[in-house]
Design a protein around this ligand. Structure first.
Ligand SMILES: [Zn+2]
Ligand SMILES: [Zn+2]
Length: 316
C-alpha cells in the first residue's frame, strides 16, 4: 500500500503569495554558503536539506491510497487535479479501478471533482462512497445550473454512488473499509482503510476539542494498529478558542487520545488557510513538545501534512 498527499489545506485553496515566495528566496540566499552554490549538484543538495525550499502546499483535501490495481481517493478537493494529471501520466487512469471516498460534501472536499479527468472517459466506471445516502445529488449540484459548464447528467463515465453503513466493515476491491461519524456541521465521516495488514486512518473534518473526554476511547479504538493516522488539526491551542463550533480541532486533543495507542505516525492535516509555512511548522514543534510531555513513551511519530509526502507501506 502506498499513500500520497495531494491536498492538505483546509477550507479554501491557498496558493503561495509572491511575498511568501520572496521570503523563502531571501532565507535561502541568506543561509547559502559559497560551496552550496558551486555547481548544479551542490545547489540541488542545498535545496534538499534546506527548510526554505519547499511548502506545505495550498491545495484542499485529497489523499491517494494505491494498492494492487486499485486507486482509492479520499476527498476530492483541489488536490485531485494534480492527482488526475499523475494518473493520466503513469497510465493508471486507464488501467486501474478508481474509487472515491468522501468524508463530507463541503466545497473544499468536492471542488476538484469536476476537474477529475476520469469522469470524462466514456464508459469509465468510478465508485463513489460515503456515509450518506445522498452523495449523488450533492455532487451533481456543483455540476448543474450556472455552477459549471459541464453538467453531471452529460458525463460519459459511469459513476456509481454507494453508502457505507456505520458500525460495519465493508470489503471494497480487497480492502477493508470502516467509517466513523465525526463532529462536523452537515455530517462527516472518518475512514479506516486496511489492505493486507497495512492501515490508513483519515479523520477530517472533526471538532473533538469541544468534548474530548466523550470521544477519546472511540477514536483510539478506531485507529488502533494503523500505520498512518491523518487528523484534522487546523488550530493551535489559543486560536481554537476563537473558532468553537467551526467543526475543527487542535492536534493536542489527538495526542491525548492516542498517547497509549499503537500507531505508526500521527499527521496534522487540514491546515488553516491563514497559516503560512512558518505557522504550520510552529504548530508542529509545539505539538512535538506537548507529545514529549504528555506521551513520552509513545512510539509513534508526529508530522504535519505536506503536498507530495508519501508513505510506502509495502506489500503493494
Ligand atoms: Zn474541510
Ligand atoms: Zn467541512
Amino acid at each position: 500500500m502506498r499513500v500520497r498527499l495531494w491536498g492538505v489545506r483546509g477550507s479554501l485553496a491557498t496558493p503561495m503569495s509572491s511575498e511568501q515566495l520572496r521570503e523563502k528566496a531571501r532565507s535561502l540566499l541568506t543561509e547559502a554558503k559559497p560551496e552550496d552554490l558551486a555547481s548544479p549538484t551542490a545547489i540541488d543538495a542545498y535545496l534538499d536539506r534546506s527548510e526554505h525550499s519547499w511548502t506545505y502546499g495550498g491545495n484542499t483535501s485529497c489523499v491517494e491510497i494505491a494498492f494492487a490495481d486499485q486507486v482509492f481517493i479520499l476527498d476530492a478537493g483541489t488536490g485531485l487535479r494534480p492527482l488526475s494529471a499523475q494518473l493520466l501520466a503513469d497510465g493508471r487512469g486507464k488501467t486501474h479501478a478508481i474509487n472515491l471516498f468522501f468524508t463530507h460534501f463541503h466545497w473544499d472536499h468536492i471542488c476538484g471533482f469536476p476537474f477529475f479527468g476520469a469522469i470524462y472517459q466514456p464508459g469509465r466506471e468510478i465508485g463513489v462512497w460515503s456515509g450518506r445516502s445522498d452523495a449523488e445529488p450533492l455532487l451533481a449540484a456543483q455540476m448543474s445550473g450556472a455552477h459549471f459548464p459541464v453538467k453531471w447528467g452529460g458525463l460519459p463515465s459511469k459513476i456509481t454512488c454507494r453508502q457505507i453503513p456505520e458500525d460495519t466493515t465493508v470489503e471494497i476491491n480487497g480492502a477493508k473499509v470502516q467509517i466513523l461519524p465525526l463532529i462536523h456541521p452537515d455530517k462527516a465521516y472518518g475512514y479506516r482503510i486496511e489492505y493486507r495488514g497495512r492501515t490508513v486512518c483519515y479523520l477530517t473534518d472533526t471538532e473533538v476539542s469541544k468534548s474530548p473526554h466523550r470521544l477519546a476511547e472511540a477514536y483510539a479504538a478506531f485507529v488502533a494498529g494503523a500505520d498512518v493516522v491523518i487528523v484534522d488539526a487546523m488550530y493551535g491551542f489559543l486560536d481554537y478558542h476563537d473558532h468553537i463550533n467551526f467543526g475543527h480541532s487542535t492536534i493536542f486533543n489527538f495526542i491525548d487520545f492516542f498517547k497509549e495507542t499503537a500507531i505508526g505516525e500521527l499527521v496534522i492535516f487540514h491546515h488553516d488557510p491563514l497559516a503560512g509555512d512558518p505557522a504550520v511548522s510552529r504548530l508542529l514543534s509545539d505539538a512535538r513538545r506537548y507529545k514529549n510531555l504528555i506521551a513520552p513513551n509513545a512510539t509513534w511519530t508526529l508530522s504535519a501534512a505536506a503536498e507530495g509526502r508519501s508513505w510506502d507501506l509495502g506489500d503493494i
